[in-house]
Design a protein around this ligand. Structure first.
Ligand code: FRU
Length: 497
């Protein structure tokens, strides 16, 4: 297929060419963020998996590096994590980077023993440049569970051991180890709890603090069975005592309600910052999307927090603060009180303009649409509203809020040709969890993707789209009563590669 530079993101990681899925082994070391990823260097669809590698100093400007891990006689290299072994517990060397990943053996799979997925190690003594597979692989054999994969390992200070969080078909199994090589089963979680529309994959377990109290968050990726179809990331908030995970409630929650965030997990070794990043696609159509010569990008890195709403604790997601480095003040177009059209601190209801129909936001702000940009809306009174991003071909991407349903939505059903997959063209919804009358909405655009963060990140939604010509117009369809304090449109600099 012909190359599609118009769909290529500027500040999201995408490989120069070929197929990518899950982020793997994300770890921070000596000023550099490492992103490894499920990679098939010989094609544009899923195939025998390698770990690709990219590095960044600011989480936004990524440099692709040589492939880190190649398939071997134990199988393909499936998803997993990486740690910095500060105390040399494994004996590979002080501060060795150790990758813990799943070996997936396609020959064993054919025999249907259910034992084709095992956990293995590789280590690097030169900050991820070269890797050595551990001679004693696998370090965790399979008891006969056909889906037995995606180990996420972290040091547990309370247990003074490494804890491995492993996806085991319809539940999570926790293992512990003093040295990353010998693993003991501790407990299982989830057979009776959470969403089970598909297989549990790519888990993560980490602490977060709220009002000086520590909670443990368990992320569980699920495929299919997501809230808008296909693959998605659910999570539980509770306690982990070094052995067992206990959720506070059994409510199913989603780290991102859009169709296009999957396999999201967090970076290791980032101190107090909890940094999350996912694959920006969906198994429902990832292998059909019309990009070339690459397929798939990653989401924006997001800093996670906790917030209480009623009796429930929810995750909040905010784009990392490093995004500020992509903004220049001269490209910010603030707009307050655009109903009255005169300077005033108090926002006016949009009634007059609403009856007249749509508001051309770009014209109001005397600016032009850019494929890399950010739109921020502050509503004093949130009502039904729709943002319409469109092109001369009449294709439209709709983003907005439906008050009666209390839902945010993104509708890409008319945003471009979608013949590549019957599952692509659709309207997707996400619940509004905040009950405050005021709301903030931030949208990050990067060529063929939008990420919505609403209400301080209580609701996140990620969506990809492929218009046949670039969008040029941005209009707002308000309803009476919608009161906006400000609308801000920001050009994001295309990072120099
Ligand atoms: C999730 C997943 C993982 C697996 C990897 C294989 O998208 O299915 O469970 O390790 O992709 O590429």
């Amino acid at each position: 297929p012909a190359p599609t530079p118009q769909y290529r993101p500027a500040y999201h990681f995408a490989p120069a060419a070929h197929w990518m899925n899950d982020p793997n082994g994300m770890v921070y070391l000596n000023g550099t963020y490492h992103l490894f990823f499920q990679y098939y260097p010989d094609g544009m669809s899923w195939g025998p998996m390698h770990w690709g590698h990219a590095t960044s100093r600011d989480l936004l400007r990524w440099q692709e590096q040589p492939i880190a891990l190649y398939p071997d006689k134990l199988g393909y290299i499936f998803s997993g994590s990486a740690v910095v072994d500060e105390n040399n517990t494994a004996g590979f060397g002080k501060n060795a980077l150790v990758a813990i990943f799943t070996h997936h053996d396609p020959e064993e799979e054919k025999k249907k023993t259910g034992k084709h997925e095992t956990q293995s190690l590789a280590y690097s003594l030169d900050e991820g440049k070269t890797w050595t597979k551990y001679a004693g692989n696998p370090v965790l054999k399979n008891p006969g569970i056909p889906d037995f994969r995606d180990p996420k390992v972290s040091w547990n200070a309370q247990a003074r051991k490494w804890i491995m969080t492993l996806a085991t078909k319809d539940r999570i199994t926790f293992y512990s180890s003093p040295n990353l090589k010998d693993w003991t089963k501790e407990s299982e979680f989830g057979e009776q709890v959470g969403a089970h529309g598909g297989v549990w994959e790519c888990p993560d377990l980490f602490p977060l603090t709220l009002d000086k109290k520590t909670y443990w968050v368990l992320l569980v990726n699920l495929n299919p069975g997501g809230p808008n179809g296909g693959s998605a990331t659910q999570y539980f908030v509770g306690q982990f005592d070094g052995k067992t995970f206990r959720p506070q409630t059994n409510t199913t929650k989603w780290a991102d309600y859009g169709p296009d965030e999957y396999a999201g997990v967090t970076f290791a070794n980032t101190g107090n910052r909890c940094l999350f990043l996912g694959w920006m696609s969906n198994w429902d159509y990832a292998q059909q999307v019309p990009t070339a010569p690459w397929r798939s990008a990653m989401t924006l890195p997001r800093e996670l927090g906790l917030r209480q709403v009623g009796k429930e604790l929810y995750l909040t997601s905010a784009p990392v603060k490093e995004v500020a480095s992509m903004v220049t003040s001269s490209r910010i177009r603030p707009l307050t009180n655009f109903n009255a059209g005169k300077a005033s601190a108090a926002a006016q209801p949009l009634t007059d303009l609403a009856v007249k129909g749509e508001i051309d936001l770009l014209q109001q702000m005397q600016t032009q649409w850019r494929p890399q940009s950010r739109l921020q809306l502050r509503a004093r009174q949130l009502q039904d509203m729709t943002l319409v991003l469109s092109n001369a071909q009449g294709e439209e991407l709709l983003i907005g809020f439906d008050k009666k349903a209390n839902q945010y939505f993104i509708d890409r059903s008319k945003a471009g040709p979608s013949g590549f997959s019957p599952k692509f063209a659709a309207r997707h919804v996400a619940p509004r969890l905040s009950s405050a009358p005021a709301a903030d909405l931030t949208l990050f655009f990067d060529a063929a993707s939008v990420e919505l963060f609403a209400d301080g990140g209580l609701t996140a939604m990620t969506e990809i789209f492929f218009p046949s010509a670039p969008f040029t117009s941005l209009r707002l369809r308000p309803t009476p009563g919608l009161t906006l304090d400000s609308v801000e449109y920001t050009w994001l600099l295309t990072p120099t590669k």
